[in-house]
Write a protein that binds this ligand. Structure first.
Ligand code: ADP
Ligand code: MG
Length: 401
């Protein structure tokens, strides 16, 4: 993917700038329980205000399904943002329409207006050109800072870019630089840690990373299908029978290209997935009928840790076990500690892996934590993200050797 222009490449002074942000924060009874996503957008907003622009913010919140839903209005988000920026943040009555347009056109440099939830209109998700044009007419520059929504071609992420000059915000730029560095110029060796429930959701990443990656460390439920493809019995573990062939071809391809694929050597098994269940650690050769694999074991942690310790770049997507349950979180946590301790550039994507790293208190020890679960996965699969493709290409600077 080519380089994209960012707000630092264009003149924003005196402009009304439409900024697509991801303010899809958890709200319970009007209270925001985690404002990470709001704070993540502040550098872009502050940059624009400091450089003489006025800012029109647009976001979705939840899944209102194309109609107004009172508990998914953005007022609490605007209040929280106002507290952080220390300026009033007004919420428009809608994302389009006469009253909203008047408010937008009256903005002075330094002002911030938040549009109401864009998903109150079905035209947002259907990427309706008329709605996109109405959004565009509020502003004279478009900035996308919502990496987590960039894999969806919606009116506020893609449609609008047909009507305005469109550039990346600082958060988007950081995502593209960090994830792009894995694909374009990783420090070697590049170690990919891939886990999570199902191989079907990660086979695209495995395949795309095959050419780039020196070693794969594979855990989580998806490793079961690979273990079975290698001829191991995995008892009553989660398995995707219909993916055994794909698993086998991945292993064959990896071998033919001399890539290392490390699968679990020992695993934690239980009869039933519950906190109280009796559990034991066994070699992968010894998983019996009636038992389920729920985490990687200590020998696997040690061997994975060895690869991580010698890595130049680590990209991690997917937990090593059912980490939501404390007794099965040890493997994921140990891998998180190993990544945090290594000198490698570390990029973590995937909603659950990010949650696990944050829960372990290790988020600030990673080089980059992606804000986009699905979007980061699609990026690593080599797929074009419509919201990114629509942004202005940066002029080629110099010649790449
Ligand atoms: P991410 O969001 O990081 O991309 P996924 O959504 O692919 O990760 O997978 C996360 C889920 O995988 C978690 O809910 C976790 O409980 C589950 N999981 C991990 N290991 C296992 C396992 N051995 N058996 C069943 N589920 C597992
Ligand atoms: Mg997930």
């Amino acid at each position: 993917m080519s380089q994209k222009e960012s707000i630092r490449d264009v003149d924003v002074a005196g402009k009304r700038v439409f900024v697509r942000v991801d303010f899809n924060v958890p709200i319970h009874g009007g209270t925001i329980s985690d404002d990470t996503r709001i704070r993540a957008a502040v550098p872009t907003i502050q940059y624009l205000l400091d450089h003489g622009a006025s800012v029109i913010l647009a976001s979705h919140l939840g899944r209102p399904g194309g109609r107004v839903q009172d508990d998914l209005k953005l007022a609490p988000v605007a209040d929280r943002l106002g507290e952080i920026l220390r300026i009033p943040v007004q919420v428009a009555p809608d994302s389009v329409g006469g009253e909203t347009a008047s408010l937008a056109h009256a903005l002075q440099p330094g002002d911030v207006l938040m549009l109401e939830n864009v998903r109150f209109h079905p035209e947002e998700e259907s990427n309706d050109a008329g709605y996109a044009r109405d959004l565009a007419e509020l502003a004279n520059l478009y900035v996308d800072d919502a990496f987590g929504s960039a894999h969806r071609a919606h009116a506020s992420t893609e449609g609008i870019t047909h009507f305005l000059t469109s550039v990346a915000g600082l958060l988007m730029e950081r995502e593209l630089t960090a994830l792009g560095s894995v694909i374009n110029h990783p420090d070697r060796p590049l170690v990919a840690i891939i886990g999570g429930a199902k191989i079907s959701s990660k086979i695209g990443v495995l395949t795309h990373l095959l050419d780039l990656t020196d070693s794969f460390l594979i855990g989580g439920g998806m490793a079961n299908t690979l273990l079975k493809a290698q001829g191991h019995e995995v008892g009553d573990s989660l398995i995707e029978e219909d993916k055994l062939d794909e698993a086998r071809s991945f292993l064959d391809l990896a071998r033919s290209r001399a890539r290392q694929v490390e699968l679990p050597r020992d695993v934690v098994v239980v009869r039933e997935v519950s906190t109280e269940a009796e559990r034991k650690t066994v070699r992968v050769e010894d998983v019996e009928t009636g038992w389920k694999i729920v985490d990687i074991g200590p020998d696997t942690v040690a061997s994975f840790g060895d690869f991580i310790g010698h890595a130049g770049t680590v990209v991690w997507n997917g937990p090593m076990g059912i980490f939501e349950l404390e007794p099965f979180a040890a493997g994921t946590r140990a891998v998180a500690r190993a990544v945090a301790a290594s000198n490698a550039r570390s990029i973590v994507g995937g909603g659950d892996s990010v949650a696990a790293v944050e829960e372990a208190g290790l988020a600030d020890r990673m080089t980059h934590i992606s804000t986009g679960g699905g979007a980061s996965l699609e990026f690593l699969e080599g797929r074009t993200l419509p919201g990114v493709a629509a942004l202005q290409d940066a002029p080629v600077r110099g010649v790449t050797p």
